[in-house]
Write a protein that binds this ligand. Sequence first.
Ligand code: FES
Ligand code: FES
Length: 181
Amino acid sequence: MTATLDVNGKAISVQADPATPLLWVLRDELGLTGTKFGCGMAQCGACTVHIDGQPVRSCVTPIEGLSGVKITTIEGLGGSHPLQQAWVKHDVPQCGYCQSGQIMSAAALIAQNKAPSDDEIDEAMSGNICRCGTYQRIRAAIKDAAAGKLDLAQAAGVAALEETAEEMAASAGATSRGAGR
Ligand code: FES
Ligand code: FES
C-alpha cells in the first residue's frame, strides 16, 4: 500500500505493508534513526513518538490508520527544544539509548503541565525505561524545562558574566592607575 504520512510537518509517501510498525517506516524508509528499537513490545519506551501530541509506542503502531494525523519524532523537536537544553544542562544521558524516547514522553507531559509534581512526572514517564538509571536527572531536567528555568538560568549566567566583566574592567583600571604612579 502507499501511505501518506505527516511526519515532522512534511507530507511523505511511503510504500509499505499496512501492518508495518511506524518505527520501521521512520527508521528504515525515512532515515529518522533518532527513534530507537528496544523491546518491540511497548514495554520500554525507546520508540516513543507523538501522534497528534500524544506519546505512542511506534514499535506497536501500524501505519494503517495514520493518514491525517501528525507524527512528531525526536528530530521534529529541532534540537533546541527547552527539554533538549535542559537535558544538556543536567547532563542527563549516560549511554543515551533510551533518551529520545524519554524526551518525547517528557515533551508531551510539559505541553500539558507547566509544573509537574514528582508523582506526575513519575506517572508520565513510567513507561520509559532507562537501564543506566538516569531517572533523577530526567526528573530535574523536566522540572527546569517545564518551569522555564533554563531561560532564567541563562539570564542569570549572562548577568553573572557581565558582573564579572565589570569587576575585571574595574580591577584592570585600578591596576593600570596603580602602575602609572
Ligand atoms: S521498542 Fe517500543 S516500547 Fe520498546
Ligand atoms: S541512558 Fe542508557 S538506557 Fe537510558
